[in-house]
Design a protein around this ligand. Sequence first.
Ligand code: C2E
Ligand code: CA
Ligand code: CA
Ligand code: CA
Length: 287
Amino acid sequence: AKQRGKATFVRYVDGMGEPVLAHMQLGGELRRALDNDELRVVYQPIVRLGDGALVGVEALVRWHHPSRGAIGPAEFIPVAERTGLIVPLGRFVLRETCRQAAAWLTEHGPDALPEAALNVSARQLHDPDFVADVSAALAESGLPCERLVLEVTESAVLRGQQVSRTLYELSRLGVRLALDDFGTGESSLSLLRAFPAAIVKLDKSFVEGIEIDDGRPAAADARQAVARAVIQLARALGLSTVAEGVENAEQAAVLRELGYTTGQGYHLAEPMTAEAVSTLLASNEPV
Ligand code: C2E
Ligand code: CA
Ligand code: CA
Ligand code: CA
């Protein structure tokens, strides 16, 4: 890389190659964004592959910055995690999602939406108030506990006693836990033994290219092998599965052949506003 002087170098001393000063500034702005109602939640449908029926939604946070425009979670969630702002941010997403999911059930009937999922960071699992926050969000919204799914990643779960206790208490509350990005971690298999998960979400890296049969069979077949192993494991353990990142009909077809009944991805439906989900629920049509 070209030498561009000390100032540039100092910005990258983080070791992760991330611009520290930019992060600090973003952190300050994120704090303000939380107070100023700049954060919104969109919902991506989770869909039955056989008939396109909506079986749930995943809540995904968005930041509408007044001057920078839309900032994606890949950019600000790491900042929120590092600064601890993920705790109030996560609480906002939790309350908003429970409120919205309860409203959908009121508006469209108790069978309208089996589940509402949201992402939970490691830092939240370490927060001693987290279980109480979940419990309060359910009570305030009136959302039945079994409709709420908390998505956690393997790396978040592999962090000691406090987290194990929290996960245990959450499952005792009656909410369901999903292992997100499944297959990307280092000890997915041993983790499943200890972790009270109800759902595994096959990571999109195993779906990408799964349909390709272009004379280079090895690449596609390695992904199919992982996808097949995951569904066999899930069945043996009595877990539900969701295949993530379904981007075309061919992928959906291969996944169905492998035994996946449920998927999520741009081919099935993109993340959308709560109003758009309401329209889907009202139409009674497949997604
Ligand atoms: P994730 O939990 O794995 O969420 C799925 C991401 O994949 C979302 O990106 C979604 O828009 C994207 N996606 C959906 N369908 C497709 C597809 O067909 N192809 C591809 N390539 N991507 C697809 P998004 O919304 O940018 O979120 C990125 C990540 O940010 C999430 O990954 C999650 O780890 C994190 N995140 C988002 N919202 C929250 C939140 O409220 N709390 C926490 N802690 N993390 C969040
Ligand atoms: Ca997720
Ligand atoms: Ca995921
Ligand atoms: Ca092949």
